[in-house]
Design a protein around this ligand. Structure first.
Ligand SMILES: *[C@@H]1O[C@H](CO)[C@@H](O)[C@H](O)[C@H]1NC(C)=O
Ligand SMILES: *[C@@H]1O[C@H](CO)[C@@H](O)[C@H](O)[C@H]1NC(C)=O
Length: 411
């Protein structure tokens, strides 16, 4: 172990459980259990030389505290206490001997200058089973300079800037009670992870900051995102190839580009997207609400069993979008169809207001038409132009149920 007061035992809670039975004559005490004082070791970065002065880079102190926490043979906590800390790029790597928690109570601030980064992550986590990130603190990515240089919305070969939090090859992860602020690029990127709960997160960047997607998931399964507020300059949540069994509930999104599946079909042999549920969410002032996007002239692929249910739209420009001719740079070959099959897509109980008159815009593939079930939809448009809400629907096989206002995919 490093500094002298590391691994300090914390006084744990004493659990006392009593179970009594009454047999008509006497009370018998059946069991009496006292759990021993827990001695979860804490590895406080202050004890590894970190200074809460907002200037001194704590990346080495954090790395050293992490190494000791990771080597602990009981579950441990690496602590960044209250205060403001300057943190350069850091990679926190497992496998660890036991479960490990990174508790961030303070604010960690990234270098503003993108040149300070040699890779595409600021804080990276890799090869860990049983990681918890918690503490109520903030990761401030200081993206203001990177945003002025970022042209990824115009150019697919653009320079990539660092992601605030990058999760690679993790199992059984809990990320809760933290804020991600002003990332230079995506806020959180989840890749090759299994079993992850993300809850009570705040993810914030200005509505005009490029590529600041809130959470992007790819090649990962059993991920839940819940009770979170996401407002950024790009997708609040985007689900790329290989996303499976993902549940998104009670997310407030806005500003931003909405909650998206895709884009899919950019590369050959992409993994399928299967089993996505987006439920009980609010989208407010976003450019899109719920969206599925696949590239034209694409190789074959599949996205199936996607459910969007009980979604409230507040002044959303395009509340419902299925776009199989997605072409963000106007440079793609639109001649060929998308060969990504969209199957068992459910849109149910979607209601609220739109800021454009096309409230549902469904453009399927002419070779593999998308298969949708559309339930109750009630989307209103109060435009000054006096036109009513309308919908577009092509190359879709649709099963309707309930009521649709406006009529959606009715032929
Ligand atoms: C995560 O689980 C997968 C599949 O069970 C396993 O191959 C991998 O080694 C695990 N990774 C870690 C870091 O535990
Ligand atoms: C994963 O999603 C698929 C597709 O929706 C579903 O059939 C399956 O039951 C899900 N698995 C679990 C364990 O929930």
């Amino acid at each position: 172990m490093g500094g002298q007061s590391n691994g300090t035992p914390e006084l744990g809670i004493v659990y006392i459980a009593l179970t009594c039975t009454y047999d008509g004559h006497a009370m018998h005490m059946r069991s009496f259990t006292v759990e021993a004082l827990s001695s979860r070791p804490f590895f406080n970065v202050i004890n590894y030389g970190a200074k809460a002065d907002g200037r001194t880079d704590i990346s080495q102190a954090l790395t050293n505290a992490w190494k000791d926490g990771c080597a602990s043979n009981v579950g441990s906590t690496v602590l960044i206490p209250k205060g403001t800390y300057f943190l350069g790029p850091v990679l926190l790597v497992g496998p660890c001997r036991n479960q490990i928690e990174l508790r961030v109570e303070g604010t960690v601030v990234a270098p503003m200058d993108p040149a300070a980064f040699k890779s595409v992550n600021w804080v990276g986590f890799r090869y860990i089973n049983g990681l918890t990130i918690s503490g109520g603190g903030t990761f401030d990515g200081k993206g203001q300079i990177a945003w002025t240089k970022n042209d990824c919305h115009l150019n697919s070969h653009c320079q990539q800037y660092p992601v605030n939090l990058r999760f690679d090859f993790l199992n059984n992860t809990l990320v809760k009670d933290i804020t991600s602020l002003n990332s230079k690029n995506f806020h959180m990127n989840v890749y090759s992870c299994q079993g992850m709960t993300m809850q009570n997160l705040k993810i914030i960047a200005p509505g005009n900051s490029p590529n600041t997607d809130g959470i992007h998931i790819g090649v990962s399964s059993f991920i839940t995102i819940t009770h979170s507020v996401i407002g950024t300059g790009d997708d609040c949540i985007s689900l790329g190839p290989g996303s499976r069994n993902i549940t998104i509930t009670n997310v407030f999104c806005g500003p931003g580009h909405g909650i998206s599946v895709g884009s899919l079909g950019k590369y050959p042999n992409e993994e399928d997207v299967v089993g996505i549920t987006v439920r009980d969410c609010i989208l407010s002032g976003t450019s899109n609400g719920v969206r599925i996007k696949t590239w034209p002239s694409s190789p074959p692929g599949l996205a199936s069993d996607l459910t969007f249910e009980n979604i409230i739209m507040k002044n959303v420009y395009n509340p419902v979008v299925v776009d199989q001719e997605y072409c963000p740079y106007s440079k793609c070959d639109k001649k060929g169809p998308s060969l990504v099959k969209l199957k068992n897509i459910k849109l149910k109980n979607i209601r609220g207001t739109s800021s454009s008159n096309v409230v549902a815009n469904i453009v399927g593939s002419r070779v593999v038409p998308c298969e949708l079930e559309i339930g109750d939809i009630n989307l209103l448009y109060y435009g000054k132009d006096g036109s009513g809400a309308t919908s577009i629907c092509s190359n879709a096989k649709v099963v309707l149920s309930g009521r649709q206002n406006p009529p959606t995919c009715k032929f």
